[in-house]
Design a protein around this ligand. Structure first.
Ligand code: AMP
Length: 584
């Protein structure tokens, strides 16, 4: 299949704001594909070269792309740079300045998707001296064999700027329709996605095999499993009720970063909650994990920064120093961490996710039966009464935790699912104040006065998992220092889009800038109110009204560990609103 066909569909997808149309375009492409390239097409559609956990990053600098475009177009580097500053997207620049190119090209060999993918992959693997020249050479070989439309999307792919407005779930819908003829099968594919984290692989298996094969994709080492998630309760009584008043486990809820450990003999890899490989950032932990006496292992825990003198857990922000790309060794010395294991998914060559949590915990205790310096079992207590939970909560808070996790001892490990088997209970709830809420940034208006030239307020949205859409809930303009506003603006720059994203339901609201739903921030608000402007729970509680955060404030925490789809859900917002009404 030629890339031109894909580029033409990309062009159409860029123009549409309808989710249904986007899905139809995807189905069309998928149906036209061949077995050899099916997975590659799925990755390219997502603007990637493989599943997230493989971290195949293109890593090409703007400078190199500008130079190759200059070479391909006959413009000078300076002229391309000026156009880039004007237009803001290098793909769109290529589209414009390469318009008349094909008539003048003598040797034109139509670009196949396979060749494009393989060349991009080669570019992603280039490092060290001489790599820039080679990258230039490869990019040029692609541009020389493509139309201006293809060039536009090649450069967008290379710079990671392909914004088609689709999310994983839209791709899953399309795969279900294209290869099983029924969107309902998405549920089955979703389970496969939760254990394999690889949409390309699922599409390939379906293409060559059957849905039964997809159903039986096993958990495997070095393929991160999408993490099990928790619902939230506002107090111990509600949490216990959800456990049917029976005995359950209370665990410290630590404000760190969730890590999934994969071990096979001496090879160890660490993945974050959004499946990023962070093994290099935590080599101190890797040395400790090596000492664990097991051949195979997939386990989960929370890494937290600790004060070695007091032993207290430090807030999430200190841990972020450990995520830097350079001078990692210094960060390891300056910011010691502790890994608190709370679950085990695979051990001794066996998938353990179908065992009850109480059994998994016992296995974890056996695995960690001797003392490790930097690894411990999460602090856990068996509870059956409100007073027991409250007492343990006080202790957790004293030790620097966010609160508690209440867990059902009988529950299996449900990859990617947010259910009442795990319940988070934070200290803020117990004060009857509203908890912090994680929301995704979907738009912005420019600032005035001191904020001229910067964003004045950000439009935030909550998540609706059943529809895989985002509903607006407030504009936030307070709680930002100049530094953090600059940092957020820098991150948002990569996600600016011309029109509102089709997955964002925003009613009539007008914004100066729209963003792809990507960056999640933590907010705080003393109250949730009805609002005629925002769309969260629109018409559900009162006709013409949605729910909004009243006096929202940014807490200063960018949730680097969360994807847009991990934002607080509409259902959670509704629950908080209902609780609030009861407590008045
Ligand atoms: P939240 O990020 O507020 O949705 O809370 C869920 C997160 O709490 C998980 O993804 C973990 O990163 C973290 N966490 C801290 N302690 C625990 C624990 N004992 N069990 C499970 N998750 C925990």
């Amino acid at each position: 299949m030629y890339f031109l066909e894909l580029a033409e569909i990309f062009e159409k997808m860029e123009q549409t704001t309808s989710r249904l149309e986007l899905t139809n375009h995807l189905v069309y492409i998928l149906k036209k594909t061949t077995s050899v390239i099916i997975d590659k097409i799925v990755y390219l559609i997502q603007g990637k070269l493989g599943p997230d956990y493989q971290s195949k990053q293109l890593g090409v600098a703007d400078k190199v792309v500008i130079k190759s475009l200059a070479l391909a177009s006959g413009y000078s580097v300076n002229e391309v740079q000026i156009k880039y500053n004007e237009i803001g997207d290098i793909g769109d620049v290529a589209y414009e300045i390469l318009k008349s190119k094909l008539q003048t090209t003598l040797f034109y060999e139509k670009l196949t998707i396979e060749r494009l993918y393989n060349t991009l992959l080669r570019i992603s693997e280039l490092t060290g001296s001489g790599s820039i020249e080679l990258k230039l050479k490869y990019i040029n070989s692609l541009l020389n064999n493509s139309t201006n439309l293809e060039s536009k999307f090649i450069l967008k792919l290379i710079l990671g700027n392909l914004r088609l407005g689709i999310a994983d779930f839209t791709v899953l819908d399309a795969i279900a329709i294209a290869f099983t003829g029924d969107k309902k099968n998405r549920k089955i594919l979703e389970r496969a996605y939760n254990v394999s984290s690889d949409l390309g692989k699922i599409a390939r298996i379906l293409f060559d095999g059957s849905i039964d094969e997809v159903k039986s994709i096993p958990i495997s080492i070095f393929v991160p499993v999408r993490p099990m998630l928790a619902e939230r309760a506002s107090d111990a009584e509600e949490a216990l009720k959800k456990m049917n008043g029976k005995m359950c486990y209370a665990e410290y809820k630590i404000d760190g970063e969730r890590i999934q450990i994969h071990k096979h003999n001496n090879r160890i890899e660490l993945y974050t909650r959004n499946l990023e490989n962070v093994t290099n950032n935590f080599s101190d932990l890797v040395h400790e994990i090596e000492k664990i006496n097991s051949k195979d292992l997939i386990a989960e825990g929370e890494i937290v920064s600790v004060d070695l003198i007091t032993g207290r857990f430090l807030p999430f922000q200190s841990l972020m120093h450990r995520r830097r790309k350079y001078n990692i060794e210094d960060a390891i010395k300056d910011y010691p961490v502790l890994l608190n294991l709370f679950d085990i998914l695979y051990y001794d060559n066996q998938d353990k996710t179908n065992l009850p949590f109480s059994t998994r915990r016992k296995i974890l205790e056996e695995v960690l039966s001797f003392k490790h310096d930097k690894i411990k079992l999460i602090n856990q207590k068996t509870v059956a009464k409100v007073e027991e939970i409250d007492k343990f909560m006080t202790k957790a808070i004293e030790n620097g935790c966010e609160g508690l996790m209440i867990k059902n001892p009988n529950s299996t490990y449900r990859a990617g699912a947010r259910e009442w088997a795990w319940i988070k209970l934070k200290k803020e709830y117990s004060n009857k104040l509203l908890d912090t809420i994680d929301l995704v940034i979907v738009g912005a208006i420019f600032g005035k006065g001191r904020r001229v030239g910067k964003y004045g307020a950000l439009l935030l949205a909550s998540y609706e998992p059943d529809e895989d859409t985002f509903y607006t809930i407030c504009k936030v303009g307070t709680g930002f220092t100049d530094e953090i506003l600059d940092e957020i603006s820098k991150k948002l720059k990569n996600h600016i889009i011309e029109n509102k994203n089709p997955r964002v339901i925003s009613g009539e609201i007008k914004m100066d800038v729209w963003f792809e739903p990507k960056i999640v921030i933590e907010t705080f608000s003393p109250e949730i109110t009805l609002s005629p402007i925002y769309t969260t729970s629109i018409d559900k509680i009162k006709k013409g009204y949605g729910l909004a955060l009243r006096f929202p404030k940014f807490t200063g925490k960018i949730r680097e560990d969360k994807n847009a789809e991990d934002s607080t859900t509409i259902k959670e917002i509704e629950n908080i609103y209902k609780k609030q009404l009861k407590s008045i």
